[in-house]
Ligand binder design. Structure first.
Ligand SMILES: [Mn+2]
Length: 311
């Protein structure tokens, strides 16, 4: 769902690569992790040696206290790294799609946005609850544009996926039998869960993953489904970094090699949600999971900007 001219990101083989996922407005934890790793000065200055990449596999916004400031931090680091022989790859997650499509006016996507912590993003942009509760998405979008005119344009710059050596970075995972062109364009990769990481079809060797294997991909770093700690599956070929269930943000340093077992981790505790979620049933989550990718694809086909202003 990235804008039409945001291609997948290719990280040079010789780069040192760090990754994190599902940051959800946790600016304090992110700053501490990047500072401790030497990637930044602990705030808004990129200090990593040339040849360093930092990949964020989506879900920068919603839930936590500082969505807008975290989006701005990552976009700033991305620009600085680009001028310092490094690379910050910001990938889209389903929460970015929910913000864009939700305040963009698609009613079911808007419902998902407000069910899964979108109020925190609106609050981080300076809106008061009475400026979104009972308001139309058009009113909300106008207010967001007034208070934080860079938010929506920056979310459109997030990339669909990234690659380094034989490693694929993507928000939720590869989708069985999907060719890479479809994978890049469809929102399925933002929502898949156990259809990838708990599939009895081993990745990358089974027939259902042949399109990825033939493209030279045999490992996956992803998030989206909350776990207590970094979790390997597919015999070490898949690594889930969404440690939201463990109330932590995790930064991984990857090692080149045949699997992801040698990754090293740092973690920082998260701050509480900015706004408590309304209760949502497991059945409702399953229905959102099933319905949203096609709704997002249809909405994006009409509303996606054809180009993105580079900054
Ligand atoms: Mn997600």
């Amino acid at each position: 769902m990235a804008a039409l001219d945001v291609p997948p990101i290719r990280i040079p083989d010789e780069f040192t690569v760090w990754a994190a996922s599902d940051l959800h407005g946790q600016l304090g934890a992110v700053d501490r992790l990047l500072g401790a790793a030497g990637l930044t000065d602990g705030a808004d200055r990129w200090t990593a040696p040339a040849g360093t990449a930092f990949v964020v596999t989506g879900d920068v916004v919603d839930r936590g206290p500082d969505s807008l400031r975290l989006v701005r931090r990552l976009a700033s680091l991305r620009a600085q790294a680009g001028h310092a022989g490094g690379l910050v790859a910001i990938l889209e997650g389903n929460h970015e799609a929910q913000v864009l499509g939700g305040i963009g006016g698609e009613p079911e996507i808007f419902r998902a946005l407000m069910t899964f912590g979108g109020g925190a993003t609106l609050r981080s942009a300076g809106l008061r609850p009475d400026e979104w509760k009972g308001r139309s998405s058009a009113e909300i979008a106008a207010r967001v544009d007034e208070l934080a005119p860079d938010l929506v344009p920056t979310l459109w710059t997030f990339a669909p996926y990234a690659r380094w050596r034989d490693v694929l970075f993507v928000h939720a995972g590869p989708v069985p039998f999907q060719d890479l062109d479809r994978f890049e364009r469809s929102a399925d990769r933002l929502w898949i869960r156990d259809g990838f990481f708990a599939s009895p079809e081993p990745f990358p060797d089974a027939e259902s993953w042949a399109t990825y294997r033939r493209a030279g991909i045999s490992q996956v770093v992803f998030g989206h489904t909350p776990v207590d700690r970094p979790t390997l599956s597919h015999d070490g070929h898949a690594l889930n970094l969404d440690t939201w269930r463990g109330q932590q943000v995790t930064l991984a340093r990857l090692e080149p090699g045949p699997d992801l077992r040698n990754a090293a981790f740092r973690a920082e505790p998260v701050e509480p949600r900015a706004i408590a979620d309304d209760p949502v049933s497991a059945e409702e989550i399953r229905r959102f999971d099933a319905d949203l990718p096609a709704l997002v694809d249809a909405w994006v086909a009409v509303h996606r900007p054809s180009s993105v202003e580079r900054r």
